[in-house]
Design a protein around this ligand. Structure first.
Ligand SMILES: [Zn+2]
Length: 196
């Protein structure tokens, strides 16, 4: 099984940063993606980033890259797209906070299970997981990276880049390790439970 990691946005994407400019989503998610690939490989899990460029790669190309690998591996690939959430346009500090995971409207049972495993890993670390309703651990949205990929695919929104406490946590060593480890543990749980 190959774990494909997508990091959102690029250095040329406008906005997408904290009000104080300290957290830039494209750079942060690349750092987490790199850490995640390293940790997964340490755990004997094949992992690869699908966007190695620093610039923003269009969603259609990212989906094609993932789908090509899915076909090449005979259907043995899953995809996780890593993002940081925002409640506003990035000009003000706002109050929304916490971690969440998304799937597309056309998600397969495998995508749902992957999302549940990731959310379970976050809850296991006493992270506040945002839920659309009690008992549902994932959000459903029309997301191209999940909708147009043929492999199990989820998108994680790792805390809020416009919440002051969240950004402090995200940029701390503890926060970066936590965000990485949520993904490592969630992916391992999914592979153990649903992949033979
Ligand atoms: Zn994003």
């Amino acid at each position: 099984m190959k774990v494909l990691i997508d990091n959102g946005h690029g250095e040329n994407t406008p906005g997408k940063c904290s009000p104080d400019g300290k957290l830039k989503e494209w750079a942060y998610t690349r750092e987490i993606a790199d850490r995640l690939v390293t940790e997964l490989r340490k755990n004997g899990i094949d992992a690869e980033r699908i966007v190695k460029e620093m610039i923003d790669i269009p969603l259609s190309i990212r989906c094609r890259r993932a789908n090509d690998i899915y076909r090449e591996t005979g259907g043995k690939a899953i995809l996780i797209s890593i993002h940081c959430n925002a409640a506003g346009s990035g000009s003000d500090w706002l109050s929304a906070h916490g971690w969440s995971v998304f799937i597309s409207n056309n998600a397969s049972m495998n995508s749902k299970n992957l999302a549940i495993c990731l959310a379970g890993a976050a809850i296991g670390k006493r992270i506040f997981v945002r839920q659309p309703m009690q008992g549902q651990l994932f959000w459903t949205q029309n997301l191209a990276i999940c909708r147009d990929t043929i492999c199990p695919a989820v998108l994680t929104e790792n805390f809020f880049q416009d919440n002051k406490e969240d950004v402090e946590f995200l940029l701390s060593d503890e926060g970066m390790q936590m965000v990485t480890q949520i993904h490592v543990d969630g992916i391992k749980d999914y592979l153990n439970k649903y992949v033979r």
